[in-house]
Write a protein that binds this ligand. Structure first.
Ligand SMILES: [Zn+2]
Length: 267
């Protein structure tokens, strides 16, 4: 008889979830700067899952550590079901966090604080908490060897937070066809796009707005009646620029330039 996935997961075990999350959040300190080292998180996940893998212990879990950039691996874990082609996947738990300057905080964001049933630290909701949660799910599958109809696949990814860098995380996995078979069943994207704990979010739609008008001299805008404004000789902003970055980042600076015309009075 096939077991139920939720029954297999049962209650979340605080005594294994919290210490794992604590280790994951502690790794955000390395390095403190811009390039995450996801393999530091991978190591903790594998410490828990390898004892149930096919290679090291004859267990049921198929473990695939896929690396496109040194130190920045992705993990694909598969638990085989009994019905060929039936598949259910959890994708998108990312092992990087947005960088943070600890000096700007009145508590240490790079270590987990446990206050009753409140957990606090960088990545608790986005997304190391999800990494720990899905690791716990897969560990339970490995331990119980439940008889499930569906194959369960968990995909932990690198480089989700910086879309300016490509070829490291889920985009590379897709390009290599490593997620193709997940299309045959429901795929849950496990991440949060808000500050509260989320059940899940469903991707992103990038957009851009391009505005066209007439190019003319900054001092003569009033001659274009359609725009209905006059331009005096004072500050006229004419050009805007910013340093670039990912489409999911608000730039930290912006430069606006223009000209001011002086009137020379002769008497
Ligand atoms: Zn996220």
């Amino acid at each position: 008889m096939a077991a139920n996935l939720l029954a297999t997961l049962g209650d979340l075990e605080r005594d294994s979830f919290v210490p794992l999350l604590s280790k994951l959040i502690g790794e955000s300190k390395h390095p403190p700067e811009l390039i995450p080292q996801e393999d530091r998180v991978v190591k903790h996940v594998l410490d828990i899952l390898l004892p149930f893998s096919t290679t090291s212990s004859g267990g049921p879990l198929l473990v695939n550590h896929v690396t496109y950039h040194a130190g920045r691996g992705n993990l694909i874990i598969e638990y085989p079901g009994t019905v060929p082609g039936k598949i259910l996947s959890f994708v998108g738990c990312h092992m990087d966090v947005v960088t943070v300057n600890p000096n700007d905080w009145d508590f240490d964001p790079l270590s987990l604080t446990v206050d009753g049933d409140k957990l606090r630290g960088r990545g608790t909701t986005d997304c190391l908490g999800h990494v720990a949660l899905v690791t716990e799910l897969v560990r339970k599958l490995g331990e119980t060897k439940s008889n499930l109809k569906s194959t369960i696949v968990a995909v932990f990814i690198a480089n989700e937070e910086n879309s300016a860098i490509t070829g490291v995380g889920v985009d590379a996995l897709v390009k290599d066809g490593l997620l193709n078979k997940l299309k045959d069943g429901p795929l849950y994207w496990i991440d949060t796009a808000d500050k509260q704990p989320g059940v899940g979010t469903g991707g992103m739609i990038p957009w851009k707005l391009h505005v066209t008008g007439r190019l003319f001299h900054s001092g003569l805008a009033h001659k274009e009646q359609v725009y209905g404004f006059a331009t005096p000789s004072t500050m006229k902003p004419t050009q805007w620029s910013y340093p670039g970055g990912g489409i999911n980042q608000i730039p930290g600076e912006c430069t606006i330039s223009g000209d001011v015309r002086f009137i020379l009075l002769l008497s």
